[in-house]
Write a protein that binds this ligand. Structure first.
Ligand SMILES: C[S@@+](CC[C@H](N)C(=O)[O-])C[C@H]1O[C@@H](n2cnc3c(N)ncnc32)[C@H](O)[C@@H]1O
Length: 219
């Protein structure tokens, strides 16, 4: 994406809105990595990033299970973000913060390197039509970006209910020299490991589909 377009999109992100003033919202100030102190209270905590957190059920249950972790969730839809903020207020949660922006726009530019221990991607939009594949989140360059933002021994967890996307994701990770599988061959599970919460989308889709779950660690 050219710089001019990125700047335009960045001004959309910076457009004032009441919910963006919430203390749990992190808005980048510029097209450069967000300062680590704005993301986390401590360098020494376990740092989790979720992309496309939807209504936040997974995130909220995660910090309920692992209250010592610090969790950053990215989501683009304002109504979903506002719902999460209400729950954050109700439960007085401090260790869940939200970056309310489209991660397709300038993810690489704003994410600080070597910062996350665990990246979660629950049911990314599958874009089934070939002409839309370019919109898919998980592509080869994205694996490289993830690698850079992960800390040593960092891991990536992905769930999808769409078989062709699952096969593509597995093929990308298997071919990549940057990751090793955490799950033995064929590197996916058809049942969610119990340690992970269930997401809202998963509850809906699991009634008719059996999702794929995969887990990879940084080399
Ligand atoms: C299929 S839903 C899954 C929601 C949630 N992960 C779950 O499993 O319940 C995909 C989510 O990703 C968000 N999303 C999709 N593309 C995005 C983007 N480019 N930037 C930020 N969020 C995005 C959507 O708004 C939506 O909430």
């Amino acid at each position: 994406m050219n710089l001019e377009l990125q700047r335009k999109l960045f001004s959309i992100v910076r457009k004032p809105a009441k919910y963006k003033e919430h203390p749990s919202i992190i808005l980048p100030d510029a097209l450069k990595p967000i300062e680590i102190e704005r993301l986390f209270f401590s360098e020494n905590t376990y740092h989790v990033l979720e992309l496309g957190c939807g209504w936040g059920e997974f995130a909220l249950e995660w910090i309920n299970r692992f209250p010592e972790h610090e969790y950053i969730a990215m989501e683009v839809k304002a109504d979903r973000i506002k719902k999460i903020l209400k729950k954050i207020d109700k439960k007085n949660i401090k260790n869940l913060k939200i970056i309310p922006i489209n991660f397709q726009w300038f993810f690489e530019e704003i994410m600080p390197e070597n910062s996350f221990d665990f990246v979660i991607i629950n049911f990314p939009d599958p874009w089934p039509k070939r002409r839309h594949w370019k919109h898919r989140l998980i592509q080869k360059p994205f694996l490289e970006v993830l690698y850079r933002i992960l800390r040593n021994h960092g891991m990536v967890y992905i769930a999808t209910d769409y078989g062709p996307y699952a096969r593509k994701i597995l093929s990308l990770f298997r071919k990549s020299p940057l990751y090793l599988p955490v799950v033995p061959w064929p590197n996916y599970l058809r049942k969610r490991p119990a340690i992970f919460p269930e997401s809202k989308f998963e509850v809906i889709t699991s009634k008719t589909n059996q999702p794929y779950y995969t887990l990879w660690k940084k080399v």
